[in-house]
Design a protein around this ligand. Structure first.
Ligand SMILES: [Zn+2]
Ligand SMILES: [Zn+2]
Length: 262
């Protein structure tokens, strides 16, 4: 049997994918992508995300509110725990901090984002599910809050990693996994490739973050889980392993972190 891949982070409820889910699934099967984790970004969206995981036995779901989403329902710990305990929900997130689009705002103005992140960590600890963490231009505060809230007790993954080796080291030291997206294949991503070389294979996940960030050679297209082998190919080249070995290791890591069959 061919090695099977897992896409550890995709947004199948977003436009470009949700309206053609059968095609997306057929393409996955053709590319040996056996499973995917469908990520929730608002409470309003949760039922649709969860519905996909209930309908298809190779999809799982998360429960969380993305740090970039404003003007949406603010989750309480209880809101998140209630959803995380439903069948086929395996993680809390995506959550974290994103200071990339500050615009006119100061870091002080982003207090709500830090509070929301704390709520997610408390929920993850309360229900003993791992965190799916998004951090962009905010790694110092992300690490500080994780430490203050005991985020390592829940564990989790830093998804779509684009930070430095130093941040990767700190995340690994806290026991977190690191997930790489199609960005790893971009021509200008030499620094990130160095980071990926350094992350141990037994702590590494792969993802598409589709519909965004399609890997080379599909860059610019609508991304989909079927493209995750291109990320594996890049990891394999960096670590001088076969693509099958990367598929196998990252799938085993996915099972260890998310425990999808328990
Ligand atoms: Zn994200
Ligand atoms: Zn995402």
């Amino acid at each position: 049997m061919a090695a099977m891949y897992v896409d550890s982070h995709c947004h199948l409820t977003f436009e470009g994918l949700r309206e053609r889910i059968d095609d997306v699934r057929a393409a996955m099967a053709a590319a040996d992508v056996g499973r995917a984790l469908v990520i929730c970004t608002t409470l309003e969206e949760f039922d649709t995300v969860h519905g996909l995981a209930l309908r298809f036995d190779n999809f799982w779901a998360t429960a969380g509110v993305h740090p970039d989403n404003e003007g949406v329902r603010e989750p309480s710990v209880e809101d998140l725990v209630l959803r995380a305990e439903l069948p086929r929900v395996v993680a809390i997130g995506e959550t974290g901090l994103d200071y990339y689009r500050l615009g006119e705002r100061s870091l002080e103005d982003m207090r709500w984002q830090r509070e929301r992140f704390r709520v997610h960590i408390r929920a993850a600890r309360a229900c003993a599910k791992p965190l799916v963490i998004h951090t962009r231009s905010a790694s110092i505060d992300t690490m500080a809050i994780l430490r203050e809230e005991g985020g390592h007790v829940a564990g989790g993954v830093f998804h779509c990693f684009t930070e430095t080796a130093e941040v990767a080291r700190a995340a690994l030291d806290l026991g977190f996994f690191i997930s790489f997206s199609g960005i790893l294949t971009f021509r200008n991503a030499d620094d990130l490739r160095e980071v990926a070389r350094f992350v141990p294979l037994d702590r590494l996940l792969i993802e598409t973050d589709s519909p965004y960030l399609a890997p080379a050679p599909h860059r610019g297209k609508v991304n989909q889980p079927a493209y995750v082998p291109w990320v594996a190919k890049q990891v394999a080249e960096l670590k001088q392993l076969s693509q099958a070995a990367v598929a196998q290791a990252t799938s085993a890591n996915f099972d260890r972190l998310f425990r999808p069959y328990t």
